[in-house]
Design a protein around this ligand. Structure first.
Ligand code: NAD
Length: 457
């Protein structure tokens, strides 16, 4: 059943501002919570094998709809169609990885080295709320949704209002294959998110989004310390390019990390720290590699650089490129692309650093140089975030020595900062978050660990 409020909004396609998407109505929160809470006991008592069977049916439905979902992501968020297809493929693959993780994590352990026979087992936490961002409107919420469902927790998904249509389609496909109330959808913004999260029946919250919103939410929930809050926030991710690096490879990786999803990825590359001895050569390679990234309509298969999500992002980009600095590549805002008006921008590169506490969330890159590896580490770590860092060097021992000093949850050698496969945990240190909801193994944060000890039988 749909519980709708009078509040509604309509998104424009960021790649074609004359295309208005269907209106979305915000959801009344209380009845959805009631339905989820009513479903809780049955779902937690459903054997894991049966939960997996039901989710496999949802996986098949999503697989059948994959091209349609990808087109909807591209239309609603401006993500190029090849990337959108990749996102839906990641959603489909995530089911299988999550099934494996659940089978491992939910298996009880027998403890034999204690004073009495004992077992450690995992119990469902209860109702989970999953709040998603616009930039991976399906994939990021989905990982947490599936982990919680496998753990026996009913889920209410509150997607980004900027991607409400495609998220609604995904949620309907999931709901068709799950018992009523087990997977709820709430449409809306911060007000709906806060009201869902603060509800006393909500036992776990998984939030993916900006530091500002994550911090505000943590403050709202601070009084109820029994709620589990997992936060997946931003990044200010650097590439460190050493003088022995394959400079063309490094430049290609930086261009990709800067421009994928128009720089709107938590693991986007927003900084390069390059050895002074090769800085000039690296810059040439980078400018050459960026020629691949011309703004294009997101649904055109050849497009590699789509638009930004909305006018606020465009304003933020414009203020960044108008900052006084030495610009190696000045950015620009094309008035149209292939005759279409949209939130299109071009990549921009400046020397020196900007605000290390704010993600550009647009294709704006800062270049710095270093002379010693110790200096590279200080510069790479000079941000309160700690999500991903990539090092380009041909020396494995040098990479490993740097990796020991770098402050980030994901450290890669000779790969783009955006190369984060679902087979690995993903998440950051510092302001980048906690609980690792976006990666492999998040299920360990979805359960209560319980110790059972027996004596006197
Ligand atoms: P956002 O913070 O604006 O919104 C994210 C979600 O939070 C939306 O559903 C929104 O409605 C909701 N929200 C907004 N204010 C809230 C509040 N006060 N309390 C509760 N919920 C609130 O983020 P966005 O623009 O959609 O996404 C971009 C941000 O997400 C970037 O900062 C990016 O780095 C981050 N992100 C992080 C990861 C990661 O894995 N670390 C992945 C994707 C995106």
């Amino acid at each position: 059943m749909n519980y709708l409020t009078q509040e509604s909004w309509q998104n424009f396609s960021p790649g074609n501002l004359s295309l208005k998407l269907p209106a979305v109505q915000a959801t009344v929160v209380a009845p959805i919570i009631k339905e989820a809470s009513d479903a809780s006991r049955n779902w937690s008592n459903t054997p894991l094998s049966q939960r997996i069977e039901l989710l496999k049916n949802a996986q098949s439905a999503i697989t059948e709809a994959k091209e349609e979902l990808a087109r909807e992501i591209a239309t609603e968020t401006g993500k190029p169609i090849t990337e959108s297809l990749g996102e839906v493929a990641a959603v489909i693959a995530k089911f299988d990885l999550s099934f494996q993780d659940a089978e491992n994590h939910l298996r009880p352990q027998t403890i034999t080295d204690g004073p009495h026979p004992a077992q450690v087992r995992q119990r469902p936490r209860g109702l989970a709320v999953v709040i998603g961002p616009f930039n991976f409107p399906l994939h990021l919420g989905h990982g947490a949704n599936v982990a919680h469902l496998l753990a026996g927790n009913p889920v209410i998904f509150k997607p980004s209002p900027l991607a409400a249509n495609v998220a609604g389609h995904y949620a309907r496909l999931m709901q068709q294959h799950l018992p009523p109330g087990t997977f709820g959808l709430v449409q809306g913004g911060a007000a709906q998110a806060i009201s869902l999260c603060k509800h006393p029946l909500t036992r776990a919250v998984c939030f993916t989004g900006s530091v500002t919103a994550g911090r505000a939410l943590a403050q709202e929930l601070a009084a109820d310390i029994s709620k589990e809050l997992a936060l997946e926030l931003g990044g200010r991710n650097a590439v460190v390019a050493c003088e022995d690096a394959d400079l063309e490879l490094a430049a290609t990786a930086v261009a990709d990390g800067l421009c994928l999803t128009c720089g709107q990825r938590c693991n986007a590359t927003s900084r390069v720290i390059v050895n002074k001895a090769v800085a000039a050569d690296f810059e040439k390679c980078l400018l050459h590699s960026l020629e691949r990234y011309k703004p294009g309509y997101p649904l055109t298969p050849a497009t590699k650089l789509g638009p930004l999500i909305n006018s606020q992002s465009l304003e933020r980009y414009s203020s960044l490129i108008n900052t006084a600095a030495e610009w190696v590549l000045p950015g620009s805002v094309p008035s149209d692309v292939c005759g279409l008006r949209g939130h299109y921008v071009t990549p921009a590169i400046r020397r020196g650093t900007g605000n290390m506490e704010a993600e550009p969330f647009a294709p704006v890159l800062e270049l710095e140089t270093f002379e010693t590896d110790a200096e590279a580490v200080v510069k790479a770590n000079a941000t309160p975030f700690g999500l991903t860092v990539s090092v380009f060097t041909k020396s494995e021992s040098r990479f490993r020595a740097l990796a020991d000093e770098l402050f980030a949850g994901n450290i890669y050698a000779n790969l783009p900062t955006t190369f984060s496969p679902s087979t690995l945990p993903f998440g950051g240190f510092g302001l980048s978050g906690n609980g690792r909801p976006a990666g492999r193994g998040f299920i360990r944060f979805t359960t209560h660990e319980q110790a059972i000890q027996t004596a006197g039988f």
